[in-house]
Design a protein around this ligand. Structure first.
Ligand SMILES: Cc1ncc(COP(=O)(O)O)c(C=O)c1O
Length: 402
């Protein structure tokens, strides 16, 4: 894609003037068309159709139709993704289904140091079903071997590490898990929309993801669950009426719907799903390989600027791999005073985030970030460190969300 085409893409997003938005890895920017689509959904669909909208506007099928929009972005077949609930709940469903499929084994392997909710979900499931049915072990996914997984029913790990931005090799780790007789669940929170992903070709068993990050679905937008066709007969541990084969027959007993629909539980937010549907249409006609190239050129530019700065080299360390093949779509710096510096950056219009203990994440969306954003990020950081502006009392205050 040409620079002009990327500028045209950026113009489809509502980004405040003078703001350098480098946090699309946490919450994606608002596509302008989503704003107008939501006005239509509220005023025409909700106000005008009321309950009949479930049929006339096809609200009932939104979790599947939005899933079908996500499918090409993550290399999955149509009919293998539901968009619903959130990543954590979808992970719980995938973990329980995996234990049932691989029922000669009782061990869930979790990536050591991964985003905590993934381990909490595994621990919660283990305490619910008891130690005879499930235990949890941590593994180092950068060195994981067939031997480490020889008793594992399922391994869950992140495709891109949320702190360091390290990208894992989906194909080869999936092969290791399968060679050990383990299933695998990939957490795509930080890779969906910015990395080429081939869930089907890599023979992944399950995957979970968020739509509020690089897919721009909006704050608190639903998660998604990918279920490989060979596992679509398995059981949803939270079998609600929305996953029933004949939901409006109101039968006393549960009979799972065919296909991935059985992984639905209750009623989903029609407003939230509409926002995701609209935001995903930005991806129509775009090539993920080109978006990946754009993402790499943005992070590479940021890294090159950091490498030219004696000040930043003295004061910070890049914890994100310099090797492109191992880099997601963010650059994380470890440095002293990371929290107040992150607040001073935001105050200067460069929106980043802080992660314990000493990391600032600079996230780059190929859809709307520019090389100039990388330059502004670096120059603002240099001037904040040089002036010690971050020492001001207002930058020491921690809100609930960092
Ligand atoms: C890697 C990773 N996994 C899981 C989650 C949690 O997702 P949710 O709150 O939608 O369940 C996040 C949220 O940021 C995340 O970054």
């Amino acid at each position: 894609m040409t620079d002009e085409q990327f500028a045209q893409l950026r113009s489809q997003f509502q980004i405040p003037e003078n703001m350098v938005y480098l946090d699309g890895n946490s919450l994606g920017a608002l596509p302008k068309m989503t704003q107008s689509h939501m006005t239509d959904v509220i005023s025409r669909q909700w106000a005008g159709e009321l309950v009949t909208g479930w049929n006339t506007c096809d609200w009932i099928d939104l979790p599947l139709s939005v899933g079908d929009q996500i499918a090409p972005i993550v290399g999955a077949a149509a009919g293998s993704i539901v968009c619903c609930d959130n990543l954590s709940i979808n992970l719980f469903k995938a973990l329980a289904a995996s234990l049932e499929i691989n029922n000669a084994r009782t061990l869930i392997s979790v990536e050591a140091g991964q985003f905590p909710t993934d381990s909490y979900m595994a621990q919660g499931l283990a305490s619910l079903v008891g130690p005879e049915r499930c235990q949890v072990q941590s593994v180092d996914v950068d060195t994981v071997t067939v031997g480490d997984l020889k008793h594992s029913a399922v391994l869950v790990l992140s495709h891109v590490d949320y702190k360091t931005g390290t990208l894992r090799d989906m194909g080869s780790i999936t092969k290791v898990a399968h060679a050990a007789g383990s299933l695998i669940i990939w957490d795509l929170a930080h890779s969906a929309g910015v990395v080429d992903i081939s869930l089907a070709a890599s023979e992944v068993d399950f995957a979970v993801g968020c739509t509020y990050k690089f897919l721009n679905g909006g704050p608190g937008a639903p998660g998604f669950l990918y279920v490989n066709e060979r596992h679509q007969h398995s059981q949803n541990p939270l079998p609600g009426w929305m996953g029933h084969a004949r939901l409006f027959d109101f039968e006393a007993d549960y009979d799972a719907a065919p296909g991935v629909r059985r992984f639905l539980t209750g009623t989903q937010s029609v407003l939230a799903l509409n926002a995701v549907a609209s935001s995903l249409s930005v991806f129509d006609g775009l090539c993920l390989t080109e978006l990946r190239q754009r993402s790499l050129s943005l992070t590479a530019h940021f890294i090159a600027l950091w490498q030219k700065s004696a000040l930043l080299q003295g004061d910070s360390v890049i914890v994100t791999p310099l090797d492109e093949a191992k880099r997601g779509s963010q650059v994380s710096l470890a440095l002293d005073h990371a929290f107040p510096i992150s607040q001073a950056l935001i105050d200067d219009g460069v929106v980043v985030d802080f992660r314990e203990p000493n990391l600032i994440r600079f996230g780059f969306s190929p859809l709307y970030n520019t090389l100039t954003d990388a330059e502004r990020g670096i120059s603002s950081l240099e001037s904040i460190i040089t002036s010690k502006q971050y020492e001001a009392p207002q930058f020491q205050i921690r809100s609930t969300v960092t």
